[in-house]
Design a protein around this ligand. Sequence first.
Ligand code: DSN
Length: 412
Amino acid sequence: MSLKKKDPEVFSLVEKELQRQKDTLDLIASENYAPEEVLEASGSVLTNKYSEGYPGKRYYAGNEFIDQIEILAIERASKLFGMPCANVQPHSGSSANFEAYRALMKEGDTFMGLKLDQGGHLTHGSPVNFSGQLYNIVSYGVDKDTEQLDYEAIMEQAKEVKPKMIVCGYTAYPRTVYFDRFREIADACGAYLLCDIAHIAGLIAGGAHMPAGPYADVITTTTHKSLRGPRGAIILAKEEHCKLINKGVFPGSQGGPLDHITAAKAVCFHNAMQPEFKEYASQIVKNAKALAEAIANQGFRLVSGGTDNHLLLVDVKSKGLDGKIAQNALENAGIICNRNTIPYDTEKPFVGSGIRLGTPAATTRGMKEQEMKIVAEMFSRALEDPEDEALHSRINSEVKELMGKFPIYGSP
Ligand code: DSN
């Protein structure tokens, strides 16, 4: 009520954004709807506190309850992902990667990550990012025919390159990541293994993807994607790396932690330990498979032929479109997703030949396999003619009606 009175302009924009979220179909693979208890913790009075340092070792007084909250978050994160050390202070996935790299590497050291245009993240060695500027990057790619990781080829490359670190875990890779294979590769060349599980953290927590904990030296993850928590990140590590990681986060890179977000992370980890979360994670994958099959049946080519996880990459070139045109047409039809490069793309990254679709948010709304068939049909129809405004407006109404049957935040 106070926001409405004190700043009606911002209030009204927040309300409009809420309505947009309710009325449209969110298929952005990295987005989700944080539950109300997570929003409540992140919007709490904890935002008022300064807590530089760690529980029991702060640079400010008054941290009795903040310490208890951070300890809870640490213990829960550690248990959830099966690693002895957890740092719950990183503000974002990029910060977490920056901090973990700095903890275990010196500037100029060599690391291997998947190419950005084949599914890797900016922080996995892109030349326009700190990762590609501070370190010597030798990227690996996916196989041109299967569009999947070729573990034998990566092993050969790693033995030759002898990197200090290998990064696995991706933003646009629709297949299982075999962390056990990456452990073998890292061991064969004496590298640290960093698993960036940001996209699949919820699947791992819910048992729908193999865990990274038994294999990784360090895990980084955001908490707001399939994990369905607040916007932020964490780092998990083997005991031997704990001190360096903690120093790398504070004072190495960040100042005060966001205590309200730490509390929301603790709530998110608690939720992810409940039996219902297993069902949620497994339904995300079932929905992605159903969506992939239905979209392929509409005549689209899927990168790697399908999906094992929460996302699929649709090659819209197979229908004579590019990613940018397709993304805009879909947005006009109320289907929110993002364009993406596909392996060995001939388009520039700003255009791309692919559309990335993910099911974590739609699954949170309660949608199941039968709705995925309806979604695939609407997706295909919206792309029949990217210029047809009347068509998109009709589909937009159909999407809104469907979303009304799967409300978020209590009402359509
Ligand atoms: N921007 C995120 C994504 O959409 O995958 C990765 O950080």
